[in-house]
Design a protein around this ligand. Structure first.
Ligand SMILES: Nc1ncnc2c1ncn2[C@@H]1O[C@H](COP(=O)(O)OP(=O)(O)OP(=O)(O)O)[C@@H](O)[C@H]1O
Ligand SMILES: [Mg+2]
Length: 334
């Protein structure tokens, strides 16, 4: 993670108290609950958590695609950022972009690749004529999209090529932050690696920050500087990627990481994650993880929201059990 000389790392994006409650029939679905996070310039923040934990909703809140519940604040490069994308300036819109899992949803099938990228260059970079044409070629080269595809319709392209078009469009206005929501999960494994390497190269060249969402924990580990672990819309643990992966502190993170085979094919079976994720329409009281937590202590875990505990070096968890005690308990279980 890049750190400014002698000071605090410069922030690209800062979010405070983001919550989102969807009204479904007569139920309130609490998809995201009181999430605060900072994104340092040029870093990748990985977002992990089971299906339904609120990753996409959090991404959409950052993008201004859904409006947060009352009390949220957002800042982009230190300046206040309106909640809704429709209220944001052109500069703010081009600075904050998203790459989705399924590029089809964002690519108009009636247009050629050239038209799609050219439109983004007009809209996000205010380029026209010769300048736009020159930039179109640099951009297609940057995303390693062979020029022979510029005349194609997207339905003629493979998933990997379509994702390159989507990435070219997101990068048309030189964004400061790109949210990648499972950008490779619909692709063949061989193509996944190429797209991940492309994203990493673009970051190195352009100092863009990523919020990177994936169920593939190896991929998240590979790309991320820091990791945030979501459970029922809350951040349970956040810290440097190496610290979170090699020394998870929260029982949920420990369980989540234990469920995945390690790179060498062995399972780190220490704490099992049992049962289904509870419904976001009816989250458990107290610590929302208590119904599945093998380290639960009676009473307080069921009745009170857990405090934020500092595990050092910017690594924090939300848990009733102090960090030192957790470490001892986890050693006993393993
Ligand atoms: N538009 C919506 N209306 C009602 N409920 C919603 C809406 N979008 C999301 N939810 C609910 O909010 C919760 C979080 O969903 P979200 O899609 O953000 O999870 P996710 O972590 O991205 O899951 P996945 O890994 O499957 O993509 C879920 O309970 C989901 O059903
Ligand atoms: Mg999602």
């Amino acid at each position: 993670m890049p750190i400014a000389n002698g000071g605090e790392p410069p922030l690209a994006l800062s979010a405070r108290n983001l919550s989102k409650t969807f009204r479904v029939g007569d139920e309130d679905v609490r998809a995201v609950h009181d999430v605060s996070l900072d994104l340092v310039q040029g870093e990748t923040l990985g977002l992990i958590g089971e299906s339904g934990s609120g990753k996409t909703t959090l991404a959409k809140l950052l993008l201004g695609l859904v409006s947060p519940d009352k009390g949220a604040t957002l800042e982009l490069d230190g300046a206040s950022l309106p909640e809704r994308v429709t209220k944001r300036s052109e500069a703010q819109v081009k600075s904050l972009q998203i790459v989705f899992q399924n590029p089809d949803s964002a690519l108009n099938r009636a247009h050629s690749v050239r038209q799609l990228i050219a439109r983004s260059l007009s809209k996000l970079a205010a380029l026209h004529g010769e300048a736009k044409e020159r930039r179109l070629h640099t951009l297609t080269e940057a995303v390693r999209l062979p020029e022979r595809y510029l005349g194609s319709r997207t339905r003629q392209l493979s998933g990997g090529l379509k994702q390159r078009v989507a990435i070219a469009r997101a990068f048309a206005g030189d964004p400061r932050v790109v949210v990648c929501d499972e950008p490779t999960s619909a692709l063949d494994v061989s193509v996944q690696a190429a797209i991940l390497n492309l994203l990493a190269d673009l970051q190195r060249e352009r100092r863009v920050s990523y919020v990177f969402i994936s169920h593939d924990l190896h991929v998240v580990r590979y790309l991320s500087d820091r990791i945030a672990v979501l459970y029922l819309g809350r951040i349970m643990e956040i810290g440097r990627a190496a610290a979170v992966f090699e020394g998870p502190q929260h029982p949920y993170t420990e369980a989540l990481l234990s469920s995945v085979p390690s790179v060498d094919g062995t399972h780190a079976k220490r704490i099992r994650l049992s049962g289904e994720l509870p419904s976001a329409a009816n989250p458990p009281s107290g610590c929302v993880f208590h119904t599945r937590c093998s380290l639960k202590i009676g009473g307080i875990c069921e009745t009170e929201a857990p405090p934020c505990r500092d595990a050092g070096d910017g690594h924090t968890i939300h848990c009733h059990i102090p960090v030192d005690e957790l470490r001892t308990l986890q050693r006993q279980v393993s």
